[in-house]
Ligand binder design. Structure first.
Ligand code: MGD
Ligand code: MGD
Ligand code: SF4
Ligand code: MO
Length: 702
């Protein structure tokens, strides 16, 4: 059979590595890094090869299924036609909307939806008919504080600058472990090589993390920090910059206001206050501030660990202010905004905050979404506006949102649930109908999201590797067809079909690089991608704020300083706090079904410092019970001095031993769910983001 070579960008994580995939008929013969990709330059990680496993996985659904419950409460699944699946779904949704209004329909969209451009371009085909207040997504267990901060400072939720790692002299990194995650809100394939190049050219990488991570081991310096105290550390840095007159906004000064007001507002946040609670010495904090200010160019970057904690929004806000106050925003070697060929900043709403609140707990919306931490209570609390039907798409909130067990049981009480997902997993097992899309390799691919956070401007569109199997539907087609069926039932006009690639073709021709003659055709002539050059300074033009000014003294953030100050006036009664972790062979909750990624030693272990273990009488290798306000799990303990004393770490995305799941390999490597321990009541109240890091816990012998 003839061998074929395909070029394709990997869609599994934010690094968007270029791949070369060799096929023979329906077989994938090899998956390798694409040396000609101008961004990833041949880099791949072990997950890339699992694209083959994902494609061939016998557990992956190839046709829609409906759940059938027997008299003795045992569920089984029956394959049904697309017509039946889409008609039943549209009918049930229409019925609930007509009887109780749109708010009775909840929507949850998960992470892979932003890696799948058809889902991005076509979800509105369905959701325009369900303008529900009860929309949720993985954003509020993740990067919500970044969006909120960017809305405040730069006028648009997506205008998030990224560290110019290849040119910086000083990278201060908090709560990120790119050697495991391959970078986040920072598309930086081959990050290890880039970080090593930084230290080799005598630059400095300083990592602040409660665990000595893989990234920390290649850093110039690593400091443990008590989880959830980063805002104190960051404010102490900024305070030092002000009090020692080290601020120098430079060119930014012409369009930046409010730094003096910030200086006054944060006077109380001294290095001494921070030292008492963070565990980082005041002299070290002052030294880092001075070194940061003295570097020719420097950048502060913080990710999951500082976003999904009780002061996530304050942390991200101060990070931006540190970069602004030192003149490092919009500067080569500092933090820069990317200019993607298809620019969603031009086409999407800037976002908004707190324009409505959740029904039960009054939590703020952001960009028309409510915090995922309140999804369960919105399903289970009776009253006007209660969620009675749920649509999930590319999400597994039972494993990925705090107090997942509560959501797991709330879903049992829904009148109707439908999931757009290729698997029967912890979440979708509750669905009445599961709509499985084609496999990723059966549709074309353009990354509409992550070029926006990339360290270099590049662009590529890739054709499908395999033909679409007969009778199957892509995610976008499911949205489109379901949307039209629902429209018809609600008496609204149907939408014509425009395929995702046609939208991209337009986006390329109207986008910021249109002068380079970009079009889909041109991209097809360059299947490894086209280099559009390094990131460029572009302020103030790119700002979307009134008068193109950056107003630093954000009233909401300044008001939140009081909450921070008050909390840290109290002694911390909590002995142990839980944080998460990632591993390069795993990807959130859904990639444990591929043997090559799960083989080897158990990775769902609780990492704990030997002194803490001794205090609790736990021997190495013993099983322990990890408990919080909301639940407990039994887990194997791994002794390691890489943990800060007083902190334990458990990865999320495990817990696959629940009834009715059809993911054989994952079930055989079940582990426990970290989110059976994280608390739906523990969040950053300013942004509404879940605080899955820093959760107060106890650990004792099982
Ligand atoms: N404790 C703790 N909790 C966390 C985190 C943490 O660090 N600690 N991290 C948080 C973060 S950053 C995130 S992003 C969330 C992730 O949370 P979610 O997005 O809710 O969960 P995922 O595990 O990404 O689940 C993805 C689902 O999409 C399906 N899927 C995969 N590809 C496709 C596709 O192409 N189309 C469709 N329709 N479905 C697809 C998979 O089968 C799976 O069911 O978890 C969050 N939860
Ligand atoms: N292999 C793999 N890659 C992935 C994913 C995956 O699951 N597996 N998920 C993808 C997704 S959806 C995302 S959002 C990104 C996330 O990308 P990253 O943000 O790089 O993710 P993590 O590896 O979780 O790094 C978070 C770090 O924060 C630390 N931390 C926890 N609490 C605190 C705290 O209070 N303060 C400080 N300073 N640090 C703290 C943790 O120890 C951890 O090292 O990764 C993406 N890439
Ligand atoms: S680093 Fe991310 S994008 Fe690159 S091969 Fe691995 S999973 Fe795919
Ligand atoms: Mo994420």
């Amino acid at each position: 059979m003839a061998r074929k070579t395909h070029h394709r960008a990997c869609h599994l994580c934010e690094a968007i590595c270029g791949l070369v995939i060799e096929t023979e008929g329906a077989d994938i013969v090899s998956i390798k890094g694409d040396e000609s990709d101008p961004l990833s330059r041949g880099h791949i990680c072990p997950k890339a090869v699992a694209l083959k496993d994902l494609h061939t996985d016998p557990d992956r659904l190839r046709a829609p299924v409906k759940r059938v419950r027997s008299d003795d409460n045992v569920d089984s699944w029956e394959e049904i036609s697309w017509d039946e699946a889409l008609n039943t779904t549209a009918t049930r949704l229409a019925q609930i909307i007509n009887e109780r209004g749109v708010n009775a329909v909840g929507v949850y969209l998960g992470n892979p939806s932003v890696h799948n451009y058809g889902m991005m371009t076509h979800q509105s085909n369905l959701f325009q008919h369900i303008r529900s207040n009860n929309r949720f997504s993985a954003t509020s267990v993740d990067q919500l504080p970044h969006h909120l901060t960017s809305l405040w400072l730069y006028g648009h939720k997506l205008l998030i600058p990224v560290p110019d790692v290849d040119n910086t002299d000083y990278l201060l990194m908090l709560g990120a472990n790119p050697l495991a995650s391959n970078g986040s809100i920072w598309t930086v394939p081959d990050v290890k090589k880039r970080l090593k190049a930084l230290t080799r050219r005598k630059g400095k990488l300083v990592v602040i993390d409660p665990r000595r991570t893989e990234t920390a081991t290649i850093a110039s310096e690593h400091h443990f920090i008590r989880p959830g105290t980063d805002a104190l550390f960051l404010l102490a840095l900024l305070n030092t910059l002000f009090s020692e007159h080290l601020t120098k906004p430079g060119a930014l000064a012409a369009f930046t206001t409010g730094l003096d007001e910030v200086a006054t507002a944060i006077e109380a946040f001294t290095p001494e206050l921070a030292a008492a609670r963070t565990g980082i010495n005041a002299d070290v904090i002052r030294r880092i501030a001075r070194e940061f200010a003295a570097a020719d160019n420097a950048v502060c970057y913080g990710r999951m660990g500082v976003s999904t904690q009780a002061y996530g929004a304050l942390c991200q806000w101060v990070i931006q202010l540190i970069n602004i106050a030192t003149g490092n925003l919009d500067k080569p070697g500092g933090s820069l905004f990317a200019t993607p060929a298809v620019d969603t900043v031009m086409t999407s709403s800037p976002g908004g905050h707190n324009r409505h609140q959740s029904r039960v707990r009054n939590l703020p919306e952001f960009d028309r979404e409510l915090p995922a931490a309140c999804l369960a209570e919105e399903i289970s609390t009776p009253g006007e506006g209660q969620i009675r039907a749920l649509f999930t798409g590319a999400g597994n909130p039972v494993l990925s949102t705090p107090n997942g067990r509560q959501l797991d049981s709330a879903m049992e009480g829904l009148e109707f649930m439908v999931s757009l997902d290729p698997y029967i997993n912890e979440t979708t097992r509750h669905a009445d109908i599961i709509l499985p899309p084609t496999s990723a390799l059966e549709h074309d691919h353009y990354d509409i999201t992550f070029h926006l956070f990339s360290v270099r401007n590049t662009t590529r569109h890739n054709e499908a590797v395999f033909d679409k199997p007969e009778g199957s539907l892509h995610d976008w087609e499911i949205f489109h067809q379901l949307g039209n069926r629902l429209a018809k039932l609600l008496g609204k006009p149907e939408q014509p079909a425009m395929a995702p690639h046609e939208i991209i073709d337009l986006g390329l021709q109207l986008g910021p690089h249109s002068s380079a003659g970009l079009s889909l055709e041109k991209l097809h002539q360059n299947p490894s991608g086209i280099d559009l050059g390094p990131l460029q300074p572009q302020l103030p033009e790119r700002l979307v704020t009134p008068g193109k000014k950056i107003r630093c003294d954000t009233p909401e953030a300044i008001a939140d300083l009081r909450r921070l100050f008050d909390e840290f006036q109290q002694p911390d009664a909590c002995e142990l706090r839980l944080i998460g972790r990632r591993h390069v062979r795993s990807n959130n909750s859904w990639m444990h079904n591929y043997h090559r990624l799960v083989k080897g030693r158990d990775r769902c272990t609780l990492m704990m410092h030997p002194d803490d273990m001794a205090n609790q009488g736990i021997a190495p290798g013993a099983r322990a019970t990890l408990a919080s306000r909301v639940g407990s799990v039994d887990v194997n303990v791994e002794a390691t001095e890489d943990m800060m004393p007083g902190v334990v770490s458990l990865p999320h995305g495990f817990g696959h031993d629940r009834q009715g799941i059809r993911m054989q390999t994952a079930t055989a490597h079940a582990g426990v769910s970290c989110n059976d321990i994280t608390d739906d009541q523990y969040l950053d109240v300013l942004s509404g983001n879940a605080a899955v890091n820093g959760v107060p816990v106890t650990v004792c012998l099982a």
